[in-house]
Design a protein around this ligand. Structure first.
Ligand SMILES: [Zn+2]
Length: 335
């Protein structure tokens, strides 16, 4: 597989300790699939309002170099690195994939990410596995009835909608390229990948960002529900009312490229188990009482951080359990 060609210049800002272990567990989100009102393209990420502005392309115009809050200087690179260090102290270090050689095919990644919208990793992985077992080749899915596709993915909800989205993508690729593959995206720059993916109905900026980061190994910073909630509390965006897309565009512009992957993964992990940072303070995993993140208006408080780090020793046993869980998930979810 050819190496991706990212035209974005990487910004060496600060030295960062090399990541050791990896995790891929970002897409677990609350199950809200019983609501028929949910639309995949909306639940994918950022367009909560029913009135979608213009064509989908308008949502894919985000650039790592453009923030909707250009005068808001947080997070600084130092704050981002500090947060990473704090999260690593609890959850362990994350290994960022160095190349796409271990990546799954882009089309697999896209479909798996579509299945992961608004459901848990376990459920979406099961749906994807069942789909690929029943239809090993994309040509099989292309020709299958929607009902047959729905039957394999119904465990993750919104099966009818998702089946349509998936098959429409395949039909589009057949019509345009006569090939059921998205491997050509390896040769596109980041913005063109976003445009190419977001033109598909049911594919929004978050799905595109996930494919870019996890499959194409590009410096992207997807903003899921955990990242959104925690970074707003960290005041990394100027307002609590910042939308998810605004948050994504701002953070994608401000987080140093070198740590986007690690910080994203750790924030998602943290949002699932920290009693302070979890949604409604109700962790969905083995909860941890200790929160290493420093929340302040002016930035990271070093003395507070040091004090907190000492507390890590007190809850060492608890944290080891968390790290072990992270390592296990890495193996399952990394692909
Ligand atoms: Zn926390």
């Amino acid at each position: 597989m050819k190496k991706p060609k990212s035209k974005r210049k990487r910004k060496p800002i600060l030295s960062s300790p090399p990541p050791i272990i990896g995790s891929y567990d970002l897409k677990e989100q609350p199950r809200t699939l019983k609501s028929k009102k949910i639309k995949i393209e909306n639940s994918d990420g950022f367009i909560k309002n029913k009135k979608r502005r213009g064509k989908k392309k308008s949502t894919s115009s985000s650039s790592s170099s453009s923030s909707p809050f250009p005068n808001y200087s947080r997070p600084t690179p130092e704050e981002a690195y500090q947060a990473l260090e704090e999260l690593e102290s609890v959850h362990g270090k994350i290994q960022k994939p160095k190349s796409t050689k271990d990546s799954i095919p882009v089309l697999d990644s896209l479909i798996r990410t579509i299945l992961s919208q608004n459901t848990t990793d376990i459920t979406s992985a099961r749906a994807f596995s069942q789909l690929k077992t029943r239809f090993p080749k994309f040509e099989d899915i292309e020709k299958a009835s929607l009902k047959a596709i729905e039957a394999e993915i119904k465990c993750c909800g919104l099966a009818e909608k998702r089946a349509q989205v998936i098959q429409t993508i395949l039909h589009t690729l057949r019509k345009e390229r006569n090939e059921l593959s998205l491997e050509y995206l390896h040769h596109y720059n980041d913005e063109d990948v976003k445009k190419e993916l977001c033109r598909f109905k049911g594919v929004g900026p978050k799905t595109a960002a996930c494919v870019l980061m996890f499959c194409l190994c590009r410096p992207e910073f997807p903003v899921d529900t955990h990242v959104w909630r925690i970074t707003k509390n960290l005041k990394w965006v100027p307002s609590q009312s910042a939308s998810r897309e605004q948050t994504y565009m701002h953070l994608n512009a401000r987080i140093p490229d070198e740590i986007k992957y690690q910080l994203h993964v750790l924030l998602v992990d943290h949002g699932k188990c920290c009693k302070k940072c979890a949604k409604n303070h109700k962790p969905r995993r083995q909860p941890i009482d200790y929160c290493p993140l420093t929340f302040s208006n002016s930035g990271i408080s070093t003395s507070k951080t040091k004090k907190k780090k000492n507390n890590v020793k007190v809850v060492k046993t608890e944290l080891i359990k968390v790290k072990m869980e992270t390592k296990v998930r890495v193996k399952k979810e990394c692909m």
